[in-house]
Write a protein that binds this ligand. Structure first.
Ligand SMILES: Nc1ncnc2c1ncn2[C@@H]1O[C@H](COP(=O)(O)OP(=O)(O)OP(=O)(O)O)[C@@H](O)[C@H]1O
Ligand SMILES: [Mg+2]
Length: 634
């Protein structure tokens, strides 16, 4: 079927003469055959969003219907690939067309010439249904790539062959049950229309964390395998670093990283850096578990949407094999902007801030494709897709539609704080406004420490108390606070600097396993407990000294002005009590000040450097030392 364009407006093209076209059918537009998708149908008129640069297109150009929606090719050879938004392999595109992607090029996503060793696990005569495993291919040395019966096929295996195959060759046939003529040839690849979620047997409650090795996340705002999290943050607050850090460290089997509409140089960094990295858990090249989708800001706007759907479809495919997949999208806001632009060109009734009224539904439908599921197939495999979406609210204002609609559907909210980023507190996740709706206490208690929950709860309570106290401090100054509250401020500072802050590029501290998180936190909380006790003792001790001083030297005290705080300097100098005259240099100041100079405090600030497997031993030693030093504090 062929039509003719009657209007071209940026990425949106209207064509007529397309009676019978389907919504989301792929059209090849103009002489170059630009790839586009039907997004509106009225009679024989189709509105097409074009995924390539439309400059040069004219009214009257031909539009060719392809009869199929945009399909993602799924099969062995995906891992390690770098695709553009419509799943064209970028390195090959570049070879063929230079650095600027030539338009209208189609290119198979998966290498056609490579042969894969296929080992069947079914035999001729077996009855198979959607999602059943037909056999495996060693896509990487660690992850068997399971070749599954496509979701629409059910029948008897007529023929199945072991051996080396390219992805196009037939590995066997399935004869549909009840219909003896219909046999379907099976290849190592299959296709899936990207806008539809792949089917599964049933959803499960997520109950396992996706460990990120980032203390603020794992300890306080964890996300589950199969959960969703969003990272909203203003310009330069650390969204990209956060997404990339998660892509490196998250304990997923497979990572799909979508660079959506962000600056090209950021994606270049990823493309340059990732292939050099090794996965600390498996010691294999990180790219073996990674698929990169690059749709940078200089690429056509409409393809941003395609990049998101390509990413989630690839994620679901590996989920169906029984793997835990994590998808990172940086930034979903650029997709939102593309929706806004296209909607504007369609002259749709705008919703909030010019975004289309269906923005909320679109986002919800996307995030709903995350989840932990029992896959189709007899063996009840469990797999998951976790989605972590960055959101870039203009001016860092979280009340804007993209942030609001995303947080409504996301399970964890890691709000980046421009103020923290400015003070170089990284990751700049605001611990007061962030939250996680996932209850993972059971997992941490069973797998890390029985008092995990009590401990992280206590630490968060201290941080929240600090936030309250800081308001008072801003009004009246820290000196007005009683000693135990001053102590709390010191410990909260420790929590912030020695625990929450984590430099993403640090050789050891870039990733912090939960056990180490536990011992680090326990060391700080022990310090707090012992400090409070020491301060109580020192107060009673001071009282005793004062009391005995007033008995032994009644005349002296009477003659000395009792308060030096009333000095014009604003009360910064401390009254020097008789009897607390410094004995040697390290001995001056209040008990709290002396406590904060103890060697254990320095050791706490070095905990991040602890080697992971020595964290428990060093933690225990530090805790003992803390008890010793603070109980000796006078
Ligand atoms: N966890 C971290 N550890 C160390 N440095 C960090 C961390 N997070 C962010 N940074 C610093 O902040 C800078 C900006 O971070 P990033 O590029 O991720 O921000 P962004 O929110 O993606 O910005 P944009 O809005 O421009 O996309 C980084 O170049 C890095 O120097
Ligand atoms: Mg960024």
């Amino acid at each position: 079927m062929q039509g003719k364009t009657i209007r071209v407006a940026g990425p949106v093209v209207v064509a007529e003469g397309l009676t019978g076209a389907q919504m989301y059918e792929v059209m090849r537009v103009g002489a170059m055959g630009l790839i586009g998708e039907v997004i509106r149908l009225e009679g024989d008129r189709a509105t097409i969003q074009v995924y390539e640069d439309t400059s040069g297109l004219r009214v009257g150009d031909t539009v060719e219907a392809t009869g199929a929606p945009l399909q993602i090719e799924l099969g062995p050879g995906l891992l390690g690939s770098i695709f553009d938004g419509v799943q064209r392999p970028l390195p090959l595109l570049r070879q063929q067309a230079g650095d600027f992607i030539a338009r209208g090029i189609t290119m198979p996503a998966i290498d056609r010439s490579k042969k894969w060793e296929f080992m069947p696990t079914v035999r001729a005569g077996d009855l198979v249904g959607p999602g059943d495993i037909l056999g495996t291919v060693a896509e990487t040395s660690r992850l068997p790539h399971r070749i599954l019966v496509p979701p629409t096929i059910q029948g008897i295996v007529e023929e199945i062959r072991a051996g080396e195959f390219t992805v196009d060759e037939t590995i066997g046939t399935i004869r549909a049950t009840g219909n003896h003529d219909a046999t379907t040839p099976i290849q190592l690849t299959q296709k899936w229309a990207m806008r539809h979620g792949r089917p599964y047997a049933r959803k499960l409650d997520p109950d396992t964390p996706l460990l990120t090795g980032q203390r603020v996340i794992d300890s306080f705002f964890p996300v589950t395998k199969g959960g969703t999290a969003i990272i909203p943050g203003g310009f330069g607050s650390g969204k990209t670093v956060a997404e990339q850090t998660l892509a490196k460290w998250a304990d997923a089997d497979i990572v799909i990283y979508v660079g959506c509409g962000e600056r090209g140089n950021e994606m270049t960094e990823v493309l340059a850096e990732f292939p050099r990295l090794t996965d600390a858990r498996t010691n294999e090249p990180l790219m073996r578990r990674t698929i990169l989708i690059a749709n940078t800001s200089n690429m056509p706007v409409a393809a941003r949407e395609a990049s998101i759907y390509t990413g989630i479809t690839l994620a679901e495919y590996y989920r169906d094999m029984g793997y835990d997949v994590a998808m990172m999208a940086d930034s979903t806001s650029r997709w939102g902007e593309a929706l806004r632009e296209v909607s504007g060109r369609l002259e749709e009734m705008p919703g909030e801030e010019g975004y289309p009224a269906y923005l909320a539904t679109r986002l919800a439908e996307f995030y709903e494709r995350a989840g932990r599921v029992v896959a189709l197939g007899k063996d009840e495999r469990v797999g998951s897709v976790t989605v972590v979406g960055a959101v870039s609210p203009p001016g860092g204002d979280f009340s804007e539609p993209m942030t609001q609609n995303s947080l409504r559907v996301a399970g964890a909210f890691w709000g980046l704080d421009t103020g923290l980023a400015r003070r170089r507190h990284f990751p700049a996740i605001n611990w007061i406004t962030s939250y996680s709706l996932y209850d993972l206490r059971k997992w941490f208690v069973e797998n890390v420490a029985t008092d995990w929950e009590a401990q992280t709860g206590e630490a968060m309570a201290l941080l929240q108390e600090e936030a309250k106290l800081m308001e008072i401090v801003q009004l009246v100054g820290a000196d007005a606070l009683p000693e135990d509250q001053k102590a709390l401020l010191q410990v909260a500072r420790m929590l912030r600097e020695d625990y929450l802050q984590q430099f993403a590029f640090h050789e050891i501290d870039g990733f912090c396993p939960p056990k180490k998180q536990y011992w680090m936190l326990r060391a700080i909380l022990t310090f707090h407990d012992e400090l409070i006790r020491a301060l109580k003792r020192s107060v009673s001790l001071e009282r005793v000294i004062k009391a005995s001083a007033s008995i032994s030297q009644p005349i002296d005290t009477g003659g000395v002005p009792s308060k030096m705080q009333e000095s014009p300097a604003g009360g910064l100098e401390k009254a020097v009590e008789p009897g607390s005259v410094p004995q040697h240099p390290g001995d001056h100041g209040t008990a709290l000040e002396r406590a904060m100079r103890l060697p254990v405090v320095a050791e706490i600030s070095r905990m991040k450097e602890w080697e992971h497997d020595k964290a428990e031993a060093r933690g225990r030693a530090l805790i003992e030392e803390t008890e010793r030093e603070l109980s000796a504090l006078r």
